[in-house]
Write a protein that binds this ligand. Sequence first.
Ligand code: ADP
Ligand code: ZN
Length: 518
Amino acid sequence: MEIRAAKQVLKDYFGYDSFRPMQEDIIRNVLQNQDVLVLMPTGGGKSLCYQVPAMVKPGICVVVSPLIALMKDQVEALRENGIAADFLNSTQTSKEQEVIENKCYDGKLKMLYVSPEKLLSGGFFTFLKRLQINLFAIDEAHCISAWGHDFRPEYTQLKYIKEQFPEVPVIALTATADKLTRQDILQQLMLHEPQTFVSSFDRPNIYLQVKPGRDRIKHILSFLDEHPNQPGIIYCLSRNATENLAAKLQSAGYKATYYHAGIPAEKRASAQEKFLRDDVQIVCATIAFGMGIDKSNVRWVIHYNLPKNLESYYQEIGRAGRDGAKSEALLFYSYGDVASLRTMLTEGKDKEPELQLAKLERMQQFAEATHCRRQILLQYFGETKAEACQNCDICRNPPSTFDGTVYAQKALSAIARLKEEARIGTVIDVLRGSRNQHILSKGYDKIKTFGAGQDLGFLEWQTYLHQMLNAGLFEIAYDQNYALKLNANSETVLFQHKKVPLVKFAPAAAASQPAERI
Ligand code: ADP
Ligand code: ZN
């Protein structure tokens, strides 16, 4: 019954005939007052999952959203569709806020967007208590978790929502959350018997490619040559780099501009506008660019520098090909970038530098992969893809491999005998029979696989273990001191003698050149 009403709302207010897969299930659960967590890639259609129930039920839906700029766009779009929506955030005067609060009291609004800092402000919960709230929607829910890549302290305040409003259902939504972040979101929001909906993160239309970071400008120019007039984004690590690169591309005759958080708001808005209207072909940008940019025909994304983790990489390449048409993601990889990022992470004010470094290492392993990149990426987000994708550089040009089954068996058995408590370095030391202080003090020299892999050097073992990790043969427990853990795939290697192809170790094959200055 209620789902009929939901379909009517979809048609009447949004002009669509049918729900996308999963939207209907999610909405049904929300309408039954269930708490839900929704993981859907950008462009998947998350907003309707709370906007539709908000219209079906009596009362008002409160949406927590971290980006003030986005909030305004969303509210305007809703109003265009005839939905009474407004927002409250710190950019408004107290007079302006009062007007909106009064509209809420009078039951004149169906959707209220609030910034997380607004939640922290005194008396806000008292204000909310006076309203008839039909649903809380927490957008970008990964911001609540220090495991995630975009932790925002104000978000931790959201844990009081369930405590204060136990009767009101909560829908948490995010486009990026690995397994740990997912658990953390559920726990911190204290959701009641939550249902989790994960739609596939696969973006099969995006071709994934990694190139060594030398002669980047030359490669970019020839890439542009092969993609005439196709709109695209080049992500750079520094603000200066975006400006310099844009100037270089302009002087090569391209319509390029730059975008970063250090330029005035009007200039930023105008760069964004020009890109949306196809007045410029290329935006050279820092990570500040892209959140909420609804341009469906971005044909390619280039990473001039290595992103700091796979979540960011995924999110940034996801700005390409939202229309489903063929698109490309090209990443330049150099050790120089890894070194700069390491320095930034250790010297910066980032929370949990060790975790951030581990994530950077995972990013680096992806860049060095000898295994289908899409499988690696999806596995990182907790999704298993049985077949290689045939749409990444590795699938198109597979490196030659040898039968590494015996090495894999030795490594996995060492992990098992170390009771799945040891980190990668310890596992290698055990395999190589190193009698260092740590190994001796733990008595690891007594276990059966000690020294079973003496024929290989440390770096060789490291490469092979990374390859095995990328192939999903074991996992790293980031929340358990980075211990290596076995999984179902490990069993097939250990007990069913599944063959493990490995790519021969070749020192410094990839990216030892220093980062190019621009
Ligand atoms: P997300 O928040 O997951 O990034 P949005 O909610 O912004 O995605 O939706 C992306 C686009 O898909 C929007 O233009 C939206 O109007 C459209 N969309 C969402 N659901 C449907 C649907 N059921 N039918 C047609 N278009 C839809
Ligand atoms: Zn592939």
